[in-house]
Design a protein around this ligand. Structure first.
Ligand SMILES: [Zn+2]
Length: 453
């Protein structure tokens, strides 16, 4: 039998997180590969790529299953035809994900094979029943195991004992497992929050912490300044204990630091679809239009989007808010129909996440390498460039993450009118780089720049 006669398959190896292993019969990656290799040829399959998911729970949503997602994308691209796993529960233990996975595989003309059960399908009632029954049991075992392991965690959080190993600076773990304040470090952490509240850049704060012996990555510095542990709170998943230990940062300061890190004007209370999204732009000066009420001759006020920088702007525009929203929504829906599947948004999110990791690693490496000469202008510039790259990569992920969720929901709901207000905003932001408004009246006074697919 030549390999051309065989169907190209992607072999998926998954090993769960330690906490889930109670539910999983532990099979090493080698066991799993051997089992798949043995099953491949008799079933007419040729494994063209192995994908390993290590420390990955089978209960995770698809967006957090990078490996499985890649396998699925290879099927959707036509590179492979079959997803192969050693045991059904290596694939998935989440009925929602299972359903989406099988649907997409089937839609792409592919198949799912498990070495223990054989080909799994959902295209006949009997096939659907058997795969759903298997999936139900797989999810049931995962839920049972989660319940068994979550009870001690719940107790720990209630007692104020962090059920995780990493303790942030400013605290030490006491003999009873709870956190006690480390005075010297706590003062340094407090100072870091003060610096952030004043708007000082993360790099400066990171340097300051390092000078006091608290070494953190760029991301770690960011995490520390967002952590609620310093407020005396303990959070673990959905569990929370708001008076777990002594706070080392007061709430007002924490909030000031939070405001400093939130991009000005990102939040909105105005219930207008495009308010403060930064998508609608002035054709005269390029600045973002702001939403405002403009009175007519009779004193009745109507919502408009208007250029907010009249001094610099030579062609200041304003446009009726409902009109602009209608045009923008029409264009976004058209783009969603034509060039967005949940698959492509997922792929772009995965790419953006990879890029972010890369940028962060580069920045951290540069910080270490340039540490001895960091006060030289060239080193400063290099660090600032890398920091800018991290920030823009973070923005891309922040933009795409809700979009990927929403695109998935949108492809499931398929109906704009049934989406929530926030979901619509996320989609507009994900699809359009800009909608530029020029003076005039016609339908073409708004031109669109869409994000490349
Ligand atoms: Zn303008």
């Amino acid at each position: 039998l030549s390999t051309e006669a065989l169907r190209p398959a992607i072999g998926i190896v998954r090993v769960s997180r330690v906490g889930d292993r109670e539910a999983d019969h532990f099979f090493s990656p080698q066991d799993q590969k051997a089992r798949m290799t043995a099953a491949a040829l008799p079933n007419g399959l040729n494994v063209i790529e192995w994908i390993e998911e290590l420390d990955v729970s089978a209960g995770l949503p698809l967006r957090r299953r990078r490996g499985l997602r890649r396998g699925l994308e290879l099927i959707e691209l036509g590179t492979a035809q079959v997803l192969l796993v050693a045991y059904f529960d290596r694939l998935v233990r989440n009925l929602g994900v299972q359903y989406e996975l099988f649907e997409r595989v089937q839609k792409a003309g592919g198949a799912v094979y498990t070495a223990d059960v054989g080909e799994m399908r959902i295209d006949t009632p009997a096939a659907w029943l058997s795969s759903t029954v298997l999936g139900t049991f797989a999810e049931y075992y995962r839920r049972m195991a989660a319940e068994r392991t979550s009870a001690p965690k719940k107790l720990a959080v209630e007692r104020g004992v962090p059920p995780f190993p990493k303790i942030p600076p400013g605290y030490r773990r006491a003999a009873d497992g709870r956190l006690e304040v480390h005075e010297a470090e706590a003062a340094v952490v407090h100072k870091a929050f003060e610096m952030r509240a004043r708007g000082e850049p993360l790099l400066t704060i990171r340097d300051y912490l390092a000078s006091k012996g608290i070494k953190r990555t760029y991301r770690g510095t960011q995490d520390l300044l967002e952590s609620r542990i310093v407020l005396g709170e303990l959070h673990f998943g959905k569990l929370a204990n708001l008076t777990a230990h002594t706070p080392i940062v007061e709430l007002s300061l924490w909030k000031q630091a939070e405001r400093a890190r939130a991009t000005a004007g990102r939040r909105t209370t105005t219930p207008r679809l495009l308010a403060r999204l930064g998508v609608l732009r002035c054709g005269g000066c390029g600045s973002a239009l702001t939403c405002t009420l403009i009175a007519n001759g009779q004193g009745k006020r109507f919502p408009f989007y208007r250029c907010g920088m009249p001094a610099d702007c030579t062609g200041r525009v304003s446009i009726s808010a409902p009109l602009a929203e209608e045009r923008v929504v029409a264009r976004v829906r058209q783009e969603l129909r034509d060039s967005y599947g949940s698959a492509s948004t997922d792929a772009r999110l995965a790419e953006a996440e990879r890029h972010l990791e890369h940028c962060e690693a580069e920045l951290d490496a540069a910080i270490d390498v340039l540490a001895p000469v960091k006060d030289r202008p060239s080193a400063r510039r290099r660090l600032e460039d890398l920091q800018t790259a991290v920030t823009s990569a973070q923005d891309a992920v922040a933009r795409l993450r809700p979009a990927a969720t929403v695109a998935r929901r949108y492809s499931a709901v398929g109906d704009w009118d049934r989406l929530s207000f926030e979901a619509r905003r996320a989609l507009v932001r994900a699809v359009l780089r800009a909608a530029i408004v020029r003076k005039g009246r016609g339908a073409d006074r708004i031109s669109f720049e869409v994000f490349e697919q």
